[in-house]
Design a protein around this ligand. Structure first.
Ligand code: FUB
Length: 347
């Protein structure tokens, strides 16, 4: 099997390349598309965006604006996925959205060859860091995690490292070549940023302050029925690990389940299912944010048709629902609706 280059050499090269790219960022990046309003006949209803197939929603709150990063799927007919770029949308009221267009293409990661899969962006020290799953080129097997950086949440973003942050060889305890997908990033109260990811196996590790290197050990924390799409958040003193789950004995399609912990280091306690499956969709992908005093759960389903293209495994559409908590900190089950947040939350 092809092995990674010596870690020390790779680290030096990555850091130098990252700094250089960050400095050249404004010169390297393609000009941003002019932002345009999204048309939704019932503002706040689902799906949120109806002119493109979008998947794997990842919210980021910056001041009075919520940004939503998604993968853009251009699958035709029986194609499974055809995801070449990530898009970003923004809102200030959860009902009216602005389309900012693509923030990055897979091709912007020179070492990657396909698959703009699930992502998440985070703000740290005045910069915006974007983590995403991609297919590595033939120098490493399977999927990998990329990191990009920008001065603005709407991009343009550029490759921050010049190589993968996580490759398949870095998780030798895993069972398959597509396990290193779906990064979620979370900064704890002490300022440490953590990254979790995975497919069937769920991993967690610290990021170094430079945000482009793993710091120390990668630990496996796979919760029951974990399939993919982990999402880390904290409310009060409780840490939540929410994820796409698949109970192979009884589920045909993924649902969302979650676990909670008193610390980011665990121990994680399984809390059961949060949602059912997305309509017509094998996959589902949770993204959670608190915005202006209300919590939201973003998901996707495959209920959107555009022209003669019906929803399918790849042709998905992102949705949003209110997320509410019980007094003990557990999350109330969420039902996916067409009304979404066009109506007030149930009390
Ligand atoms: O959208 C491509 C892949 O499908 C994601 O990375 C997974 O979470 C699943 O939604």
């Amino acid at each position: 099997m092809t092995r990674a280059r010596r870690p020390a050499a790779r680290t030096m090269t990555s850091r130098t390349t990252g700094l250089l790219l960050a400095a050249l960022l404004p010169l390297l990046a393609a000009p941003a598309m002019a932002a345009k309003p999204v048309h939704n006949p019932v503002p706040g209803s689902n799906p949120l965006f109806r002119d493109k197939f979008t998947a794997d929603p990842a919210p980021l709150v910056v001041g009075d604006t919520l940004y939503l990063y998604v993968g853009h799927d251009e699958a035709q007919r029986d194609e499974m996925f055809n995801m070449r770029e990530w898009l970003v949308y923004s809102t200030t009221d959860m009902k009216h959205w602005t389309d900012h267009g693509p923030i990055m293409k897979v091709a912007d990661f020179k070492w990657a060859k396909a698959d703009a899969w699930a992502s998440q962006a985070i703000e740290k020290d005045g910069k915006f860091w974007f983590y995403a799953a991609v297919e590595h080129d033939d120098t490493h097997p399977g999927k990998a995690i990329a990191v990009a950086v920008s001065d603005s949440p709407t991009g343009p973003f550029v490759d921050a490292k010049g190589s993968a942050l996580v490759t398949n060889e870095m998780t030798p305890m895993g069972t398959h070549s597509w396990e290193d997908i779906d990064p979620t990033v979370f900064t704890d109260d002490d300022g440490t940023t953590w990254i979790a990811w995975g497919n069937r196996q769920c991993y967690i590790a610290r990021l170094k302050p430079d945000m482009i290197e793993i710091d120390g050990e990668i630990t496996e924390i796979t919760p029951p029925h974990f399939e993919e799409g982990p999402w880390l958040h904290k409310r009060g003193d409780t840490y939540y690990l929410t994820y796409a789950s698949l109970d192979r004995a009884s589920h045909r399609d993924e649902k969302v389940s979650y676990a909670t912990a008193p610390s980011i280091r665990g121990p994680w306690t399984y809390r059961g299912e949060l949602t059912g499956s997305g309509k017509y969709s094998f996959t589902i992908h949770p993204g959670i944010a608190e915005f202006k005093g209300q919590w939201y759960l973003f998901l996707h389903n495959a209920a959107l048709a555009i022209g003669d293209q019906n929803g399918s495994i790849g042709r998905r559409a992102v949705t949003v629902e209110y997320l509410q908590y019980n007094a003990d900190g557990t999350m109330k089950p969420v039902v996916q609706t067409e009304a979404g947040v066009s109506v007030p939350p149930a009390r």
